[in-house]
Design a binder for this molecule. Structure first.
Ligand SMILES: [Zn+2]
Length: 332
């Protein structure tokens, strides 16, 4: 075959191949955002998940407490851990649920900041591309939702990971649910590219803090419990890259697990509306630092030396808090 190709043709083919690889690589890299720190070098934000129920199941009450705490902490943005719109995501870009469950619910002045959001399994039951569409951002400029992306805030880097496609049963046993897998198939390629991208991004990060956000649990004693597929595929990457925190929703509770085998703190903030009272599995009490089976949300304040995590209930009462410090070695 090679004998049939002349030299200019070979040069052209190798140019085309390198162009393809280059484009392919840049396509594969995760989208990046930057958020500036406050002038004192700190950052504060709220974390809420599993919320979009048109104000019902105490969504509005959680929203109003988020507004109060958000003002007190002068938050820079909000993180949504997914399952943004129940039961079946958004039907399209004109679905009024976007207003009923988001714009007209989180109305407090302090919450008029960017919402960095991942998708949950319920979002995948609707029109995924609509939920990620920039047209929604025109309707409400706070809304940023993508499958996987990176948010750099100088001292901290957030790695938002699309966890729904990892879960086997949504593919093998979907029941009556129809999932929108456009852009995800072939699944194995999607997952291996994603894991590779997350690993590369973590490896090249020079941020002091590394926080990974996904919808599904890695460690949880809630109704859904552990997501085995993430334990097998994602957790080793987080451990190998010194991730400080993994944050998720999916289990409708507030939870803090510290694992004896790694330094990662596993935080569930999935109490944005409907909670699952009394639905908790047994867990090693040494690791289970906090579990609350009601509604609420979480705040995080961090600077380069320490990060403070606080969990609140639907009345804004503090349920649990803890601090993580970074050890600094003098360079002088
Ligand atoms: Zn979920």
């Amino acid at each position: 075959m090679a004998a049939l190709l002349n030299k200019p043709m070979l040069l052209f083919l190798s140019f085309a191949a390198s162009l393809f690889l280059c484009c392919h690589f840049s396509e594969a890299a995760l989208p990046r955002f930057h958020h500036p720190l406050k002038t004192d070098g700190s950052l504060s934000f709220l974390v809420v998940g599993d919320w979009g129920r048109k104000g019902l199941f105490n969504q509005s009450k959680v929203a109003s407490q988020m507004g109060i705490i958000g003002e007190k902490l002068d938050i820079d943005f909000v993180i949504s851990t997914g399952d943004n719109f129940y039961e079946d995501g958004l039907m399209g870009i004109n679905d009024y649920a976007f207003y009923d469950s988001f714009s007209n619910i989180y109305t407090a002045p302090s919450l008029q900041k960017t919402w960095y959001s991942v998708l949950g399994n319920h979002d995948y039951r609707g029109d995924v591309e609509a939920q990620m569409s920039p047209i929604l951002r025109e309707k409400d400029k706070r809304w940023v939702c993508m499958r996987s992306f990176i948010l750099n805030a100088d001292i901290v880097e957030f790695f938002f990971v699309d966890t729904t496609p990892f879960v086997d049963k949504y593919f093998t046993d979907p029941g009556d649910n129809v999932y929108d897998w456009k852009g995800v198939l072939p699944r194995n390629n999607y997952l291996s590219n994603l894991l590779n991208d997350v690993d590369l991004a973590l490896k090249s990060s020079s941020a002091i803090w590394k926080i990974v956000v996904g919808h599904h649990t890695i460690k949880s004693a809630g109704q859904h419990g552990i997501t085995e597929e993430l334990v097998v595929n994602l957790l080793p990457i987080l451990q190998a890259n010194n991730v400080d925190v993994y944050m998720n929703g999916h289990d409708h509770c507030l939870e803090h697990i510290s694992c004896s085998k790694s330094k990662i703190e596993f935080l569930t903030s999935g109490g944005g509306s409907k909670a699952w009272r009394g639905n908790v599995k047994e867990w090693n009490p040494e690791e289970m630092k906090f579990y609350y089976d009601g509604q609420g949300f979480m705040s995080v304040q961090l600077d380069e030396a320490k990060a403070n995590f606080v969990y609140y209930d639907v009345f804004g009462e503090v349920l649990h808090q803890f601090m993580v410090s970074k050890e600094f070695h003098s360079t002088s």
